[in-house]
Design a protein around this ligand. Structure first.
Ligand code: PAF
Length: 286
């Protein structure tokens, strides 16, 4: 696997792969890779002949009080994982390479609708930062397809929408969340958790499963389910951010008639904010 830091080197490597007639798959990341990222790269190797990953901790998507400074940078370990997963080329630009004219004057991409509410409400500017950097990366790499984790469900919806609205000829693939045995969704931010916090964190996914089971059994009072689950979370030491039942394609608040649902949550444990979601389909009544 080659690692390149400049757009010029990236484009040269891609031109060579294209000249060899290769299909290109792209996995953008912020590094500190775990088994969830490796699964995205493995999937990419099944779908294309040339797999490119990027590692860039994007300042534009972090709020002023967020963890940009302490976000883990683990390049050597990440490179090993990418090689093991079958990646061919790694792009690791620095901030000057991505934003050569400064961050303040950078053209921004904003995606209305699906960016609003949920993480969009709790992290103002976050999805504009994601949409901007992903658009830039897509223009630099010009992949045939790009793969993202479904753990960031709203992010995936934002990226699908921007690709559609900006006519980018890129197929977007969402891959299922990889979980620890206890159900905890793998996340780079899990590394911030103490062993005590790691013991309670799986409660979040358990309550998503319980809520989904209740909905499958016929419960349609979503507000009641949400307040019961949040009371449980608070009692276990979480500070709930949001917990909502939404229609999974549009991300609008779910009605009793919707069949394709996703329950999304964000909660703080100590100073660490965890997100998770569970998407499911209800049987159509016969
Ligand atoms: O999901 C991530 O790691 C980031 O938000 C992404 C898509 C790489 C953009 O910086």
């Amino acid at each position: 696997m080659n690692t390149v830091k400049s757009v010029r080197e990236l484009r040269a490597a891609i031109a060579q792969a294209r000249a060899e007639g290769k299909q290109i798959a792209f996995v953008p990341t912020m590094g500190n890779l775990h088994a969830g990222h490796s699964a995205l790269v493995s999937k990419a190797t099944q779908r294309a002949d040339f797999v490119i990953a990027s590692i860039f901790v994007n300042p534009l998507q972090f709020g002023p009080s967020e963890d940009l400074g302490k976000y883990p940078r683990t390049l050597l370990a990440d490179q090993e994982k990418l090689v093991d997963a079958g990646c061919h080329l790694l792009f690791t630009p620095d901030v000057g390479e991505m934003y050569p004219h400064g961050i303040d004057d950078q053209t921004r991409v904003s995606v209305p609708g699906v960016s609003e509410g949920l993480c969009g409400a709790s992290r103002p500017g976050h999805f504009e930062g994601v949409a901007t950097v992903v658009s830039k990366l897509f223009n630099m790499v010009q992949p045939d397809l790009a793969i993202f984790g479904q753990k960031d469900f709203q992010q995936l919806a934002v990226i699908r929408t921007l690709v559609r609205d900006l006519n980018m000829p890129i197929q977007i693939i969402g891959e299922p969340t990889v979980r620890a045995e206890d159900g905890l969704a793998l996340s780079s931010r899990n590394g911030y958790l103490s062993s005590e916090q790691l013991n309670v964190a799986p409660l979040l996914y358990r309550s998503l499963e319980e809520m989904a089971a209740a909905i499958r059994a016929g419960e349609r009072d979503y507000a009641k389910l949400v307040s019961a689950a949040q009371a449980q979370h608070s009692a276990a030491g979480f500070r709930p951010d949001y917990l909502e039942v939404r229609e999974s394609n549009s991300l609008r608040p779910a009605t009793a008639d919707d069949r394709q649902l996703v329950i999304l949550l964000a909660a703080f444990i100590g100073s660490t904010r965890l997100i998770d979601n569970l998407a499911f389909e209800l049987d159509i009544p016969t």
